[in-house]
Design a protein around this ligand. Sequence first.
Ligand code: F6P
Length: 336
Amino acid sequence: MLPNHTTITQFIIEEQRSIQGATGDFTGLLTDVVLACKTISHLTKNGALVNVLGSTQQENVQGETQKKLDIIANTLFLKANEWGGHLAAMASEEMDDVYQIPAQYPRGKYLLVFDPLDGSSNIDVNVSIGTIFSILRCPDHVEQPTVKDFLQPGTQQICAGYAVYGPATMMVLTTGNGVNGFTLDQNVGEFILTHPNIKIPEDTQEFAINSSNQRFWEEPVKRYVSECLAGKTGTRDKDFNMRWIASMVAEIHRILMRGGVFLYPLDSKNKEKGGRLRLLYEASPMSFIVEQAGGLSTTGRQPILEIVPTDLHQRVPVILGSRHEVQRLIDYHQAT
Ligand code: F6P
């Protein structure tokens, strides 16, 4: 860390100073979220050395087998954030119901929703994984928040962010005022502002989709991908590259760094569930970040940020990234 570096703490406090009437509550909450992510980062970096790899025998509400690190990261997030007095309640991918703040702690005005460990199939194989979170305001006069208090469209998010545990650990944040990226200085234990005002290039020659689902896709997605694959020999007049990490966080991070489009679309396999990815703690926060970086997000038929959730663990189709490519996909959906 150098003397002219801005730490995430300084960055958040300076943002707070620019907001009239800010109490410091939000700053306190983000500090706790950051601490939780630093601790998860430490565990992921040490892996088998600290005995966090492998599965539990339990399933989460989605019917997916939980990894040890899913549970540990979830507990860390709860413990780091329950005591500060900033939150009214929390919800997570790993818990069926709303988590109430234990009675011994004061209640605050925010709601925290998170996916403590995204891309869990990558934990045991040492590939990038991440944490996604979203902060909402608790509706006025609600003492004991229930599911319905969390069912707010993405446009109402106060903040969205993720931590990516890759070769370096980074945190990327938006509070609706652009997107900033911070890299964890492992020696000092602080995130340092390294990627101010991130912007996604409007054009791209890279797409990300799980191609093994091809036979289940809808027509607009089939058309888009086949045109990308045809490259210079087809209507697109340029060659495309394809990537699939199977960690949404890592995928979105790549798109923020150099452009691209990410698709987990509606298909005949996931249609009954509404899609594959979860709205409140995956699609919605990532869409907020992508749009704040100049990109676009859609289900193909509707802007993701405008969806009014009907369930805590609701799933939606997700298409997001470089603006011109996403717009093309919207056009293809409208044309059918
Ligand atoms: O649960 C979410 C997730 O792990 C995402 O991070 C990732 O994009 C996707 O699921 C991977 O899906 P698949 O198993 O189809 O590759």
